[in-house]
Design a protein around this ligand. Structure first.
Ligand code: FCB
Length: 466
């Protein structure tokens, strides 16, 4: 096998101008460890639709979609996977996926967040899980993909109130009991480091603290009550970027360290070391909650794996005037190498924990042409970088492309898509059609050689974390 990456930076000003990168990669699936999992993902509100059907109530994600960010679109119907899951599982079979990452809507299973269970909701996820398993596809389930019930937000302020820890644990208990005989990969929360600043602009550190305690309480429950018999694994997901200094000055290097700690360390440091990073404690003082001795024990080591979402690199500049982390960062196209950059960071700073890349993907304008060569180049470069990291000793266990279908995105609704499948929202049946990237991934998954030479273009203004 030959594995070659040639990066030619054509732009003279690396830091200010979009760069164009010529990439040539060659690898096959056999180059990855034989038990490495390849999948693709979605989340409940973004794909299911049926938002007001069979007893489901609204979540904070529904509410967020009513704002201007999504351009007037919502997930009320989305891709209607709630009704079309059988068809979608067949498409997964066509693709050759090992695994499907989806999330369970809390407000579908327990409308209003607490109280009686909605059997229709339980039935839906049982059907989906059974359909996946009978088609040889592993279910990887997330309990909260941004979408805790709006009722809990209204009742007590959602994650700002410690009461949610108990309600979240009860919801998780229902999921483990109902689905845990078949679901072996559980993620408690998707991107708590996005949820806290986006949904709780005035109290992100308090919300984050309860997200961590909720996560740890759920892991503790799983370990005490279910893991020995169900034999599954459980972890937390975080949004990441490969943070790199704009200049190699001490100021920018220190700023990069701070940003990585404020963004990734905020959640990962407590899981590995039982406390927040010193840098955060020093600069935030009493604004950052502290862990009691009991909480430290609960949070420390509360994971079997860490789920990592990574889409890009970010260039960091020092900004002493900026409250908290005293730095700014902006997304930067550096080709696929950021995947290895993130994985090397986890290896160096956090002792190489088991990792699943839960999300990596490329946004394009959604159009019916089905020719998404730019996505192929992006994925090819990312997966090449993933392979380089695995070869360099990273403890990475799997890779999920975002997203399986073009679905509802909070930024722009249905204007953009990340999907392998185009969804025709004008067609009554929401017909799905495979893009070129679907054929490409399928060819790779089915063991044939992937070979692409071409140009990766600058990602279009996607700043997922501001
Ligand atoms: C991530 C989210 C996912 C999707 C992608 C584009 O931050 O986890 O739901 O919207 O961004």
């Amino acid at each position: 096998m030959s594995f070659v990456i040639v990066l030619i930076i054509l732009s003279t000003n690396l830091l200010l101008q979009p760069s164009t990168i010529v990439v040539s990669l060659e690898f096959t699936r056999d180059d990855f460890p034989s038990d490495f999992i390849f999948g693709s993902g979605t989340s409940a509100y973004q794909v299911e639709g049926a938002a007001s059907e069979d007893g489901r109530t609204s979540s904070v994600f529904d509410t967020l979609s009513l704002g201007s960010r999504s351009g007037g679109f919502t997930g009320e119907v989305a891709c209607d996977e709630y009704h079309k899951y059988k068809e979608d599982v067949q498409l997964m079979v066509d693709l050759g996926l090992d695994a499907y990452r989806f999330s369970i809507s809390w407000s579908r299973v327990i409308p209003n967040g607490r109280g009686p269970i909605n059997q229709k909701g339980v039935e839906y996820y049982n059907n989906l899980i059974n359909e996946l398993i009978s088609n040889g596809i592993q279910p990887h389930a997330t309990l909260v993909h941004w979408d805790h019930p709006q009722a809990l937000q209204d009742a007590y302020g959602g994650w700002t109130n410690q009461q949610i820890v108990r309600d979240f644990t009860t919801f998780a208990d229902v999921c483990f009991k109902e689905f845990g005989d078949r679901v072996l990969y559980w993620t408690t929360v998707n991107e708590p480091n996005f949820i806290a600043p986006i949904f709780y602009k005035s109290s992100p550190y308090i919300a984050a603290h309860h997200l961590l305690l909720g996560h740890a309480s759920v892991v503790n429950l799983y370990r005490e009550k279910y893991q020995a018999t169900q034999n599954g694994t459980i972890g937390l997901n975080v949004y990441t970027s490969w943070f790199i200094p704009e200049k190699s000055t001490q100021e920018d290097l220190d700023a990069t360290e701070r940003v990585a700690n404020f963004r990734i360390g905020w959640f990962v440091h407590p899981l590995i070391f039982g406390d927040y990073p010193d840098i955060m404690k020093q600069s935030l003082g009493r604004r950052l909650p502290s862990f009691t001795e009991y909480e430290t024990k609960l949070v420390n080591s509360s994971f079997d794996f860490i789920g990592v979402n990574c889409y890009t690199a970010s260039v960091v500049t020092d900004d002493p005037g900026k409250d908290g982390m005293a730095a700014n960062y902006i997304d930067k196209d550096v080709g696929g190498v950021f995947v290895q950059g993130v994985l090397e960071y986890f290896k160096r700073v956090y002792g190489n924990p088991p990792i699943y890349i839960h999300e990596n993907g490329f946004r394009t304008f959604r159009n019916a042409s089905l020719d998404d060569t730019s996505r192929i180049h992006y994925l090819n470069a990312s997966m090449g970088s993933l392979l380089a990291a695995a070869r360099n000793g990273s403890n990475v266990r799997g890779y999920f492309q975002w997203s399986f279908l073009d679905l509802f995105e909070i930024d722009g609704g249905y204007t953009y898509g990340f999907g392998f499948y185009y969804v025709d929202f004008n067609n009554h049946d929401l017909e799905r059609s495979p893009k070129r990237s679907a054929h490409w991934y399928s060819t790779f998954l089915k063991g044939q050689r992937s070979r692409h030479n071409g140009i990766i273009h600058q990602m279009d203004n996607s700043t997922f974390m501001s």
